[in-house]
Design a protein around this ligand. Structure first.
Ligand SMILES: Cc1ncc(COP(=O)(O)O)c(C=O)c1O
Length: 420
C-alpha cells in the first residue's frame, strides 16, 4: 500500500511561504529527487518516523553525525543531565576540557584543539591559520570536495588541469586566491606547484571525498599532497568533517598513513548537536587569539549541552564496540551487494557508501567522470525506495551512512531495494 504524506504536504505548503523553498539547508528540499520533503518527527535507533506516521530505516542519519543511531540512550541521558544544569554559560566549562582530551586521544599527532560550532567554521579557521602561518594567500582545493559554505571554498573546477576558481554561488567575490584541480591527478598537482608554488598557503582536501559521491583516492596521491606541501612550505589540511572518528577512534589520515598539519572535524564529534573542531600542532593552533594574532571566537562555541552529546558519543566509540558492530554490517553489505552487482555498483568504505546506478564503467574516483545515467536512475528510483521504507539521502551525489544501531537484515534489505 502506498504511504500517505498528507501532514508533510500540509507543513511544506506552509513552509514555502516563509522560507526559501521551505527549507533551512538546500538539499532538504528534495528538488533533486522530486516530491515533497518528508517531515521527520521521531528518531529511534536505526528508525525515523515522519509526521504521517510512516516509518523508515534511516541511511541518511542527519548526514553523518549519528554513528550510534538516533537517540542513543547514553547520549540522550548526557544531554538531559547537562540541560538541567543550564543551557549555556559563555564561560569555560569542564565539558570542553573533557572533550579536548577525548578528541586529542583520537588524534595523538596533534597537540591542540579549537572547538567551534560547525564544519564550515572549522574550515574557515583552518584556512585563516594556514594563511597566517605561511604568510601566503592561495589555497588549492579539489573539484568534488565540499568544505562548507566558506566564501573562498564555494568554487567549481574547470575541466582539464588546474583552474582559477570560479564562484559557484552568487554573492561571492573571494575566490581569486582559490585554485581548483581534479582529484587524484598528479600532473595537475605538479602544475599547480610549478606555477604558484611560493603563493600556496595550503592544500585542503577531504582525504576520503564524500560530497560528490564517494570518490576513493589512492594512498600514493594523498602521500604526494603531503610531500609537495612539505617541499614548498605549504600546509596540508585534511577536512575530516565526514570521516573523522568514522573508521575507528581516529581520522582517515591514520587509515591511509598520511599525517596532515591540520584536521577539521564536525558531525560525529557533536553526536547530533552542533560541535566541530580544528586540531593540529601547537606551533600552528597557538596562533589563535588570545595567545596569538589570528582571531576566532564564538558565543555558542563549546556549548556545554552540545558537548555533552559529543562526549557521550566519543566515549562510546572509544570502547570500540560500535566499530566492531559496523564491521559486521560492512561484511553483510558486501554479501548483499554481490547479489545485485548486475544492476547497481556501490562504493563503500567502512560505514560510508554510495550507490552508483550505472554498471557500464567502474565507479568513478573523480567528479568529472560521474555518469548522467547513474544520476538519472537514482532520481527516478528514489521515491520507490522511500515508499518501501528506506530513507536514503535525497541526492545522487550524497553518501549514505550505516550506524551501529542498524541490523544486518536492514542493510541487506536496503541494498536489495536499491538494486531492485
Ligand atoms: C567535508 C565537509 N567539510 C565541511 C562541511 C561543512 O560542515 P557544516 O555543514 O557543519 O558547516 C561538510 C558538511 O557536510 C563536509 O562534508
Amino acid at each position: 500500500m502506498s504511504r500517505s504524506f498528507n501532514r508533510s504536504t500540509e507543513l511544506y505548503a506552509r513552509a514555502v511561504t516563509k522560507m526559501p523553498a521551505g527549507v533551512s539547508s538546500p538539499v532538504r528540499a528534495f528538488r533533486h529527487v522530486g516530491g515533497t520533503p518528508v517531515y521527520m518527527q521521531k528518531g529511534e535507533g536505526a528508525f525515523v518516523t515522519d509526521e504521517d506516521g510512516n516509518r523508515y530505516v534511516d541511511f541518511c542519519l542527519a548526514w553523518g553525525p549519528l554513528i550510534l543511531g538516533h537517540a542513543h540512550p547514553a547520549v540522550v541521558e548526557a544531554v538531559t543531565k547537562a540541560a538541567k544544569d543550564g543551557l549555556a554559560f559563555g564561560t569555560v566549562h569542564r565539558h570542553e576540557v573533557e572533550m579536548s582530551e577525548l578528541v586529542l586521544r583520537g588524534f595523538s599527532w596533534a597537540d591542540r584543539v579549537r572547538l567551534v560550532v560547525s564544519g564550515t567554521e572549522a574550515v574557515q579557521t583552518a584556512l585563516r591559520l594556514a594563511r597566517a602561518t605561511t604568510n601566503r594567500r592561495v589555497i588549492l582545493k579539489f573539484s568534488g570536495c565540499y568544505h562548507g559554505h566558506v566564501d573562498s571554498m564555494l568554487v567549481k573546477a574547470g575541466s582539464g588541469l588546474v583552474t582559477q576558481g570560479l564562484a559557484d554561488s552568487a554573492g561571492v567575490f573571494a575566490t581569486g586566491d582559490t585554485l581548483v584541480a581534479p582529484l587524484g591527478d598528479m600532473a595537475a598537482l605538479d602544475a599547480a606547484f610549478k606555477e604558484h608554488g611560493d603563493a600556496i598557503a595550503a592544500i585542503i582536501v577531504e582525504p576520503l571525498p564524500g560530497n560528490n559521491g564517494l570518490l576513493i583516492q589512492e594512498r600514493a596521491w594523498l602521500q604526494a599532497l603531503r610531500e609537495r606541501t612539505q617541499k614548498h612550505g605549504a600546509l596540508l589540511i585534511f577536512d575530516e568533517v565526514i570521516s573523522g572518528f568514522r573508521f575507528g577512534f581516529h581520522g582517515y589520515g591514520k587509515v591511509v598513513g598520511v599525517q596532515p598539519d591540520l584536521t577539521t572535524l564536525g558531525k560525529i564529534v557533536g553526536g547530533g548537536l552542533p560541535v566541530a573542531a580544528v586540531v593540529g600542532g601547537a606551533a600552528i593552533i597557538d596562533r589563535l587569539a588570545p595567545l596569538g594574532p589570528v582571531y576566532q571566537a564564538g558565543t555558542m562555541a563549546a556549548n556545554p549541552v552540545a558537548l555533552a552529546a559529543g562526549i557521550a558519543t566519543l566515549k562510546e566509540l572509544e570502547s570500540g564496540r560500535p566499530y566492531a558492530a559496523l564491521e559486521k554490517l560492512g561484511e553483510a553489505f558486501d554479501r548483499a551487494k554481490a547479489a545485485v552487482k548486475d544492476r547497481v555498483q556501490f562504493a563503500r568504505v567502512g560505514s560510508v557508501f554510495w550507490p552508483y546506478l550505472d554498471t557500464s564503467e567502474p565507479v568513478p574516483t573523480n567528479a568529472e567522470k560521474i555518469s548522467q545515467k547513474a544520476i538519472g536512475a537514482f532520481r527516478e528510483r528514489y521515491k520507490r525506495w522511500l515508499d518501501a521504507g528506506h530513507y536514503l539521502p535525497p541526492s545522487a551525489y550524497e553518501v549514505g551512512f550505516l550506524s551501529s544501531a542498524h541490523s544486518v537484515e536492514q542493510v541487506e534489505a536496503m541494498v536489495r531495494a536499491v538494486g531492485g
